[in-house]
Design a protein around this ligand. Structure first.
Ligand code: AMP
Ligand code: GLY
Length: 421
């Protein structure tokens, strides 16, 4: 089979490595992929948002199955365009990807169908938003409606910060048209859990839970990033909480999307907060999380391609989706300065064999050498029988990988291990 994976980060590298375990896979094309992915797939220089070129490539190369991984092409309708050419895909159509593409849509969906989430108000003009904020409880949370590279959320700890956030999103348009509308919502507290779930619109099969570490520095200090490391499973996510989420959140979301004529097929990501009043949805994503995928897929003992095909054919209930009882830890190696300015072009070296998976996120090949070309450069995932061993192993193994000005957090999994005690 000829497979095409759209995207080019660590998440896509993890998906590609897992897909390759199926012996029917002859070739995987990555659009655009990256210098590290090139060891596992044929990289094609087409960007993830170039929908017309993606479709043309898939048609010309007689792709049997396509996986569209990032949010942008999903929201832009890549799956719709590929399906129109009779190419089977894993990923939601645009009318379902809106669950991530518009926060106003997802909040209104949750309100309409009684799915637990932070209370909120929607605003389309600055004056109304500022007026509302005069007496709103502080801290408060301000979210740009549209996609904003994962940066469209401001947690305002003071009223002035809230006013500033509204002005910069709606007036200065720091997130472009994504900020034409905003959501102002209640500030929630509690441990966060990421749950990725396969769904074909009929069946919902949650994957092993995970915990992201979004801040750049140890102790959850520093700026928000795309994610500096992950562990799975997430110890806060007990069996009884999982059952409650299935009943009150996962199935109601699947049914709500069906009722709206927007059947969701693909990987639905539930960003949850376990509040004192029960689990609530912080955000939906219409795709695999990054770097959650880098700990979840290594624990999948079943065939990923078979599951993805079953989702596309709406027969998910017929395939086995089995996760190991093991734990996994992924430590992200980033370029010093990220998420701000950083230096690129430094050679990445690997010293010895790695007992685990090295996923490359931001790198390219220059003169035969792999060099860093992004903020988040790589992820080292280790798997072991328990979380402490997985964490220890990930940190031992990442020592073998280096590039000039690499940094990583030293406390990935620390909170999870404390919760286990
Ligand atoms: P997002 O970009 O939607 O993933 O949000 C980034 C982070 O902001 C989340 O991971 C949470 O830690 C935090 N966050 C979002 N919404 C809320 C909320 N209503 N209350 C507290 N924290 C929130
Ligand atoms: N790790 C969070 C995300 O993928 O959005």
């Amino acid at each position: 089979m000829k497979i095409m994976v759209v995207g080019g980060g660590g998440r896509e590298h993890a998906i590609i490595k897992k897909l390759k375990e199926n012996s029917e896979v002859e070739v995987i094309y990555a659009l655009p992929g990256n210098g590290g992915i090139a060891s596992d797939a044929v990289c094609v220089n087409i960007g993830a948002k170039e929908i017309d070129k993606i479709v043309e490539f898939a048609t010309e190369n007689k792709i049997d199955f396509a996986v569209v991984a990032p949010d942008d092409p999903l929201v832009l309708g890549a799956v719709d365009a590929l399906e129109a050419r009779k190419i089977k895909c894993f990923g939601p159509r645009a009318n379902a990807a809106i669950i991530e593409g518009s926060k106003v849509f997802s909040k209104n969906l949750m309100k309409k169908y009684g799915i637990p989430t932070a209370t909120y108000e929607v605003f389309s003009n600055v004056a109304d938003a500022l007026e509302y904020l005069k007496d709103a409880p502080i801290p408060t949370v301000i979210k740009a409606d549209g996609l904003a590279l994962g940066k469209g959320v401001v947690i305002a700890m003071t009223r002035d910060e809230a006013y500033d956030a509204v002005k910069s999103i709606m007036e200065d348009k720091v997130f472009g048209n994504s900020g034409n509308n905003i959501v102002i919502e209640e500030f929630l507290t509690g441990p966060e859990v990421s749950v990725l779930s396969f769904t074909d619109g009929k069946t919902m099969v949650p994957m092993v839970s995970s915990m992201d570490h979004k801040r750049a520095l140890d102790g959850d200090m520093g700026l928000n990033t795309g994610g500096m490391g992950t562990v799975a499973p997430n110890p806060y996510y007990t069996k009884s909480i999982a059952d409650e989420c299935m009943e009150k959140i996962f199935l109601p979301t699947m049914n709500a999307m069906n009722a709206e004529g927007r059947t969701f097929k693909g990987c639905l990501y539930f960003g949850l907060m376990l509040t004192p009043n029960g689990p609530k949805v912080i955000e939906y994503n219409c795709r695999f999380g990054d770097p959650e995928t880098q700990v979840v897929l290594p624990l999948l003992d079943s065939d990923l391609l078979a599951i993805m095909q079953a989702v596309a054919d709406e027969r998910l209930s017929e395939v086995e989706v089995k996760f190991s009882e093991d734990s996994a830890c992924c430590v992200i190696g980033a370029s010093q300065g990220y998420p701000g300015k950083y230096e690129s072009g430094n050679e990445i070296t690997v010293n010895g064999d790695i007992d685990g998976q090295l996923y490359i996120a931001g790198a390219k090949t220059v003169d035969g050498k792999l060099v860093n070309a992004g903020g988040r450069v790589l992820g080292l995932t280790a798997r072991a029988a328990d979380l402490q061993s997985a964490v220890n192993k990930a940190y031992a193994e990442i020592e073998k990988v280096s590039f000039s000005n690499m940094y990583y957090r030293h406390d990935i999994g620390k909170r999870a291990l404390e919760a286990l005690k």
